[in-house]
Design a protein around this ligand. Sequence first.
Ligand code: ASP
Length: 437
Amino acid sequence: MKKIAAHWQIIIALVTSVIVATLLKQMGDTPEVALILKICNLAGDLFMQALKMIIVPLVVSSIIAGLAGMAGFEGFKRMGLKTLGFYLLTTLSAVVLGLIIVNAMEPGLVDGKPNAELRQVFDNSAESISAADKGRFEEGQQDKASDWTTIFKRMLPSNIIKAGAEGQLLGLLVFSLIFGIAMTRFPLDQMAPLRNFFQGLNDVMIKITQWIMVCAPIGIFGMMVNTVYKNGASVFQELGPYFVTVLIALALHLFVVLPLILKVVGKINPLDHFRAMKTALLTAFSTASSSATLPVTMRCVQDNAGVSKTTASFTLPLGATVNMDGTALYECIAVIFVAQVMDFQMDLAAQMIVVISALLTSIGVAGVPSASMVAILIIMNNSNIPGANNAIYALFVVDRLLDMSRTAVNVFGDSCAAVVIAKSEGEQLYVKENEAF
Ligand code: ASP
């Protein structure tokens, strides 16, 4: 029997999870429903944890093995500059796009006036939010960047083991880069054992990624049943225009801006690239975590798009940590939207500060679900938007679908950097016949 392709398995899991969650909702609050949800939750959590489990060894080994294979410091410097330039360009275009769309669509206004009903939702949201959600939000707030200088401090962790244990990817990344560069400063044969060790470790992590992805449909099904069950359709009504604005802006960035960059800068056929990335896109959408998706992104970019290990291991872990187009765009829309509802006037200069803040904070946002909510709160407080502390709760409760969508954009943005830079380094792309997933 022919095996169903991985991306189809995930699509089937997504569709059936919506059907099952809707049926469960209709069955009411019975013990059976609670048990089914619990089992689904377990399957989803195990899948997420399995992906997260391999991130630290995968990132460390792939960067070090990749750098050790690089032709000295010059090659590293060239690739570093190209990557950072690409990330800056795409994130900036995402924020500006968000700014244009939110000003054009004005989702916080009704007939040109601030939406009074929404304002009430914001005013009440701190009380109406469940204790569990509140706890989740406040817990998240504690360990996230409290201002932009934290981002720079995190780059050099004082304790590398602690950074790994806490999943601080940025610190791990910088350490691995320094370690890999230092290795290139020794004669090749002296470093051979270390290089072979990290190469071997990386190969093993790739094998484990493949095993985890065999379970992806079950994990994604479990995770999505809970998501759909919890976030029923009702929330979409009040915040409908806001949802539509965010989704339109994300779609424009994903389907117009990034493909244009692929075509013009990289001379790459965007359709080839979408085809190569489909499983990573679906995984990002389902998990709402670009960090958890990283192992899958790396496989798709190398095995399906044909990017070399060196380029992929340099661009992708860095991208998963610092390059978040969807998040930056979303932050900008969310902040301006709340200002519109609260009738808080923002002139061009004030909006430019939001643009710069979104750009900077998106670098520090962790690649985990709802991580950008804290960044949004910081920007709103910096801009003195009234009612920010209440509004953020309302946005948080309805965040999941938007989070899933912006995470897919984040991951796609990283993968575009990988292929454009690979092409500029003269690599042969999209000729591989052995697709990973
Ligand atoms: N969930 C996003 C990611 O992992 C981050 C965010 O925007 O909250 O890429």
